[in-house]
Design a binder for this molecule. Structure first.
Ligand code: ADP
Ligand code: MG
Length: 253
C-alpha cells in the first residue's frame, strides 16, 4: 500500500537559514502520526511543505503516492500548474494554532464556504454537510454564532469542521491546542480522538504527550531540522534513546 505521506531527504532553507536538513519519514493511511520537538525545530515548516505553503529545496515529498507540487517524467521534474496544485491541496485539511475563522461569518457559514467557493457546491448541499459536521464536533447549537461569540475551544472545533468540509484524505494539525486555556484543551482533543477512531490519517504537531501516548500510532521527535528518534509513542515516551529526546521530554512531561 502507498504511504499517505512519504518524505525522503527533504530539505528546506529560507535564504541562508537551513531549516529542514534531510527529513525522512512515512505516514501510513489511517495512521495518527505525532510530531514533537522544540520550538524552531522545523515542525510547522514541514507541515507547510506538505500543504504547498512552502516549496522544498531538495529531496522528495509525496502525498498519497503523488509528488507534492511536481510531476515526474523520466528523471525530470515539472512544476504543476496552479490548478493542479489547487487540486492537490483540496485533499489536505489543515488546522492551525490560531483558529483563523472568517470573523464576519457565522460558524456554519465558515464551514460552508470552501465547498461552495472551491467545489462549486450548492448552498443546500454545503449546508447539509456543515450541519452534520457541526453536530459531529458538538456544536449543532452554535451554528449561528459568530467566532467572537464562541470560546477558543469552540472556535477550534469549528475550524476542524471547516477543514473536514472538503472531505480531505489527510489532516494536518499544527499545535491545535497550544493557544487554548487549559480547561478547553480536552474538548478539542476529544474531537481529534473521534476522527482518529474513524480512521482519518492525521499528522499532529503537539505538546500533549497524553494524547500522543493514547491516540498516536507513531511519534517522531524532531530537532534541528532532522528526525532524531521515532517509534511507538509509548516506547519513545517511556524509554527515549537519545539525549536530545530525553532533555526535551523532561521539559514537557
Ligand atoms: P517549529 O514549528 O518547530 O517551532 P518552524 O518550522 O516554525 O519551527 O520554524 C523553524 C525555523 O524556521 C525558525 O527558526 C523560523 O524562524 C524559521 N522560519 C520559518 N518560516 C520562515 C520564513 N518564512 N522565513 C524565514 N525563516 C522562517
Ligand atoms: Mg510551529
Amino acid at each position: 500500500m502507498n504511504a499517505m505521506v512519504k518524505a525522503e531527504g527533504v530539505h528546506k532553507s529560507f535564504g541562508a537559514a537551513h531549516i529542514l536538513r534531510g527529513i525522512d519519514l512515512e505516514v501510513a493511511p489511517r495512521e495518527v502520526f505525532c510530531l514533537v520537538g522544540p520550538s524552531g525545530s522545523g515542525k510547522s515548516t514541514f507541515l507547510r511543505c506538505i500543504n504547498h505553503l512552502e516549496k522544498i529545496n531538495a529531496g522528495r515529498l509525496s502525498v498519497d503516492g503523488r509528488l507534492v507540487g511536481y510531476r515526474q517524467k523520466g528523471d525530470k521534474l515539472y512544476e504543476l500548474k496552479d490548478s493542479e496544485v489547487a487540486a492537490q491541496r483540496r485533499d489536505i485539511g489543515m488546522v492551525f494554532q490560531r483558529f483563523n475563522l472568517f470573523p464576519h461569518m457565522t460558524a456554519i457559514a465558515n464551514v460552508m464556504e470552501a465547498p461552495m467557493q472551491v467545489k462549486g457546491e450548492t448552498k443546500a448541499v454545503a449546508r447539509a454537510r456543515a450541519e452534520r459536521l457541526l453536530d459531529r464536533v458538538g456544536l449543532a447549537d452554535k451554528a449561528g454564532n459568530y467566532p467572537s461569540q464562541l470560546s477558543g475551544g469552540q472556535q477550534q472545533r469549528v475550524a476542524i469542521a471547516r477543514a473536514l468540509a472538503m472531505e480531505p484524505k489527510l489532516m494536518l494539525f499544527d499545535e491545535p491546542t497550544s493557544a487554548l486555556d487549559p480547561e478547553l484543551v480536552g474538548e478539542v482533543l476529544d474531537v481529534m480522538r473521534g476522527l482518529a477512531e474513524e480512521g482519518m490519517t492525521m499528522i499532529v504537531v503537539t505538546h500533549e504527550m497524553g494524547f500522543a501516548r493514547e491516540v498516536g500510532d507513531s511519534l517522531v521527535f524532531m530537532d534541528g531540522g532532522v528526525v532524531v528518534e521515532s517509534g511507538n509513542p509509548r516506547d519513545v515516551l517511556t524509554d527515549p534513546q537519545h539525549e536530545r529526546t530525553k532533555a526535551f521530554l523532561s521539559k514537557v512531561l
